[in-house]
Design a binder for this molecule. Sequence first.
Ligand SMILES: Cc1cc2nc3c(=O)[nH]c(=O)nc-3n(C[C@H](O)[C@H](O)[C@H](O)COP(=O)(O)O)c2cc1C
Length: 304
Amino acid sequence: MVDLSVSLSGLTLDNPIIPASGCFSYGREFADLFDINILGSFSFKGTTKEPRLGNPTPRIAETQSGMLNAVGLQNPGIDMVVKNQLAYMDRYFHKKVIANISGFSIEEYIYCTEKINNIEQVGIIEVKISCPNVYGGGIEFGTDAKSAAEVTRAVKAVSKKPVYIKLSPNVTDITEIAKACEDAGADGLSLINTLLGMRIDIKKRKPLLANKTGGLSGPAVFPIALRMVYQVYEVVKIPIMGMGGVSSAADVIEMMMAGASAVQIGAATLKNPYICKEIIEQLPIEAEKLKINSLKDIIGVAHI
Ligand SMILES: Cc1cc2nc3c(=O)[nH]c(=O)nc-3n(C[C@H](O)[C@H](O)[C@H](O)COP(=O)(O)O)c2cc1C
């Protein structure tokens, strides 16, 4: 029997499959479709200090082999998430979850981390650093190594949980940001977030998204995500959660061979809500075909 278990900063997961943030809400709707306890874990919707309505619509556009989204971090705010979602999550999910937090200032990241610290069911804090720093001239935290390190240091100083920094792919050299986060104390990294893209409605002669631009995800980005996971694995020692366009068991194995210790699945979940279940069922079959006894053995094997 193939051993599917993997480990992230002392947390053992039954398998490496984790629905990605923003594509699985807080899990409740999916729990009506299948027993979500088969998952390794899941990363819940990115949460900010204040409630956010997100961007005006239209904020989703289809593309060939992918999708654009400009949801704009719609969420009820960390206090409501703690009160209305996390307080009841253990009724339908009995494993540790990943808390995805966002912020527009260092203080906001610290606030959210302190709120999450006391939630027993949270195993890992995943820090999305793709937001503009409103007090730092509007530059995204995630596109500047110094700012990325600053967020990492601030969150690590208050966090009681392992901290994974979620990297933006919209940078010239992702390894520089990854290294800066590791040096600042990150316990792990998640990559990639969406790639900045755009579409135009040629009949209206206007951008399709009200926000004009949006984040591209889905199968189209898989080779880019894989390349970035591969490059980052070469320069850091901390574990990586790989994501971006993963939609099959073979993709999961490929992502792990590039260096991912666990694999998140986003857009594919929106297209087929059962995809994570199907991949978990398919993984041992695919692994056996490739003579893999334990998934832990293949992490980073593609590196010479
Ligand atoms: C509709 C939508 C909402 C998302 N919301 C978040 C979010 O709140 N926080 C975050 O870190 N990533 C968010 N993401 C990014 C995904 O978690 C993931 O990093 C990205 O989509 C790449 O994976 P995929 O190609 O499998 O979708 C969102 C993606 C989509 C499609």
